[in-house]
Ligand binder design. Structure first.
Ligand SMILES: [Zn+2]
Length: 344
């Protein structure tokens, strides 16, 4: 009896110890986004936030950013975290940082929760090694959004973790969010929101949207421009304050074409033109989120290999090339779209 109790206590202690072992992001070799954004603002570029949920994507993001000497925000949604496993995830990230250092790279790396929808989720992420979290209260009323965001900011700042808030609603479907309509951010609300919550950065809605189907275009119709007028007005009201763009994939036409050529069905998938993202990156936009483009790059290569080599069944033979394509895409984005390359 006593022996069993002792044994249980030891097991409990071990369990606790294993979980709490990686408590703070500094133990994982990560940084928060504060300095990253300061440098990005000064340098006129945006830090890339690439979403991932498995090892190959994480490897590709780390290698692509090491090779292009870019700071990087490793970004995980609540459901991606569940997919990768909340206990395993910090270890994966710690390993990715170690890999970057082994490659001789000093790049700054942050781990960020994308679209956190509750205080509990944000807290859980902070307690397990995230250096930055988003609380997306944009679907709530202004006052509720302020309340929710402020609670997370208070908890996060005590632990030197940075917080992203959101005002305005993006259309489209993402892991955690979906909306059929978009509501542009109201510039007249941003000062009060930032002041009342103390958030470190603000995601805004100026015409980007989630997913691979950002615009419904008629034949011959061009992609509408982002609302740079709204961005300008927000910059005027919050000088030097870091702005975030979600739903900012370009939906690379070559990858869409490759997917469709090899049996896929992505009709009329359209994204944000690279030139508009470049323009945004030169402004107060300090963080640009890219998820769909990474998914498309991997899927394109996997489809191609499955079609061309139907006898192949070693996952390394299709996930490897898919990872290679993702590395190429990430380097291209950092160098030519976000301008973050060589700003390690
Ligand atoms: Zn988003």
């Amino acid at each position: 009896m006593r022996r069993q109790r002792l044994l249980n206590a030891t097991l409990d202690f071990r369990k606790e110890h294993i979980v709490n072992n990686l408590k703070h992001y500094k133990d994982l070799g990560l940084v928060n986004t504060r300095e990253m954004f300061k440098k990005a603002m000064k340098g006129g570029y945006a830090v890339p936030a690439y979403n991932f949920n498995n090892m190959e994507q994480l490897q590709a993001i780390a290698i692509g950013c090491v090779e292009s000497k870019s700071p990087v925000i490793l970004q995980v949604s609540g459901s991606a975290r569940k997919y990768a496993d909340p206990t395993l995830l910090p270890h994966l990230v710690k390993g990715a940082v170690a890999m970057a250092r082994k490659m001789g790279s000093p790049i700054s790396i942050a781990l960020h929760l994308d679209h956190g929808d509750s205080f509990e989720l944000a807290k859980d992420c902070i307690d397990s090694g995230f250096s930055s979290v988003m609380l997306d209260g944009s679907h709530h009323s202004f006052d509720e959004n302020v309340m929710l965001t402020k609670a997370v900011v208070d908890y996060a700042h005590e632990r030197d973790v940075t917080v992203e808030g959101e005002l305005g609603v993006l259309a489209g479907v993402e892991d955690e969010v979906s909306s059929t309509v978009s509501h542009y951010t109201k510039p007249e609300e941003v000062e009060e929101f930032v002041e009342k919550t103390g958030v470190d950065s603000l995601a805004i809605s100026i015409g980007t949207s989630h997913g691979a189907y950002k615009f419904k275009l008629k034949p011959g119709e061009e992609v509408p421009s982002l609302r740079f007028d709204i961005l300008k007005e927000i910059e005027k009201r919050l000088p030097g304050y870091p702005i975030v763009l979600h739903g900012a994939s370009s939906v690379t036409p070559e990858h869409v074409a490759l997917i469709n050529r090899y049996g896929g069905k992505l009709e009329s998938a359209v994204g944000i033109p690279a030139e508009q993202l470049r323009q945004a990156a030169r402004s107060a936009v300090c963080k640009i989120n890219i998820d769909s483009d990474g998914r498309l790059a991997m899927t394109a290569l996997i489809r191609q290999i499955f079609a061309e080599k139907p006898a192949e069944f070693d996952p390394r033979k299709y996930l490897g090339p898919a990872r290679g394509e993702l590395i190429k895409m990430i380097k291209h984005k950092n160098i030519t779209v976000l301008g973050s390359a060589d700003h390690a």
